[in-house]
Design a protein around this ligand. Structure first.
Ligand SMILES: [Zn+2]
Length: 314
């Protein structure tokens, strides 16, 4: 061994060992051991419990039992394959009966998927990718941290949110600050548009619940975690990132005003902003992941999609 390098390696080992023995736990992606805030699992459960009555009013569970059982089985399959159940959260997955195409995660494992998203997904692997992405938001505590910060700032928007178009412009401005790079005026203009013009009739998820708006960094992290979870659950690595890629393509190609699909998808744009860098990262992850026998679709998905399509509101 090179005599100059050896002391360096020894020093490195000493530092690593002393960190471990001192119980220092630096931030690890997807771990919930990080101590940036004092947020506890009990806090997370409380925040969800406080916000849930209003959310369930705005996003009522779909009444179709088969559809609920399907999303629950799909979500729990991913959770169990990744040993996440009870570690530390208990997960629930619910289909909600609204006209938008989106999914969202509340702290401590409460995940919602809007029925039209199931109707829009091409196969089960694609849907599993979206569900896994939401699990990623839970594990990385993205929503929890924002709600906790709002609570600390005495700004409990989940209790007092007015929603609707009136608040649109202000929310659009806030959205831009969250999701856009500084100085990216095109991005800010887009955010203002989502917040304003599209907020008629109850408003976007982002307007009603600003704590559900994810930053670019949060989205990139949820994508990485989601990719890992979906592939570990046996899903096709080349399909699990496709839904958000589709989102970006639709946004780029079809930004014609009044388009029904854009109007419905604008909800997803507002809380899970798609971007070139997200698509690039997903493609890189897929390319690095070894090829193996994997699930792309199931007859159960086709049945669930049929039910969701039949429910789809105009
Ligand atoms: Zn997201």
């Amino acid at each position: 061994m090179d005599r100059k390098i050896f002391p360096l390696i020894l020093l490195f080992l000493i530092v690593v060992i002393s960190c471990v023995s001192a119980g220092v736990s630096p931030y690890r992606e997807g771990s919930n051991t990080e101590q940036v805030t004092n947020l506890t699992v009990q806090d997370e459960q409380r925040l969800t419990k406080e916000a849930l009555p209003k959310i369930l009013k705005d996003y009522p569970p779909a009444k179709n039992q088969e559809l609920q059982e399907y999303i629950s089985a799909l979500g729990m399959k991913i959770v169990r394959a990744n040993k996440l159940e009870g570690n530390p959260y208990h997960y629930t997955f619910t289909v909600v009966d609204v006209a938008d195409i989106n999914a969202f995660a509340m702290p401590a494992g409460t995940i919602f998927v809007m029925a039209p998203l199931i109707a829009t997904a091409s196969n089960e692997a694609e849907l599993a990718g979206v569900v896994s992405h939401e699990i990623g938001h839970v594990v990385a505590r993205h929503t929890a941290k924002r709600m906790y910060a709002m609570e600390k700032a005495q700004n409990k928007t989940w209790l007092y949110a007015a929603g609707g178009a009136a608040a649109g412009a202000i929310v659009g401005y806030g959205l831009g600050r969250l999701i856009c790079k500084e100085g990216d005026s095109a991005c800010h203009a887009k955010a203002a548009l989502w917040g304003g013009a599209l907020g008629v009739g109850g408003g976007l998820l982002a307007q009603k619940y600003p704590f559900l708006v994810n930053s670019r960094e949060d989205e990139m992290e949820a994508d990485r975690l989601g990719f890992k979870y979906a592939v570990a659950a046996g899903y096709d690595k080349d399909q699990v990132g496709k839904f958000y890629e589709k989102l970006l393509e639709i946004e780029k190609s079809g930004n014609k005003s009044g388009s029904v699909i854009i109007k419905n998808l604008s909800d997803a744009f507002s809380t899970h902003p798609p971007s070139e860098e997200r698509v690039r990262q997903m493609n890189e992850l897929a390319a690095q992941s070894p090829a193996r026998k994997a699930v792309t679709n199931t007859p159960e998905f086709d049945k669930a999609k049929q039910i969701a399509v039949a429910m789809k509101k105009k």
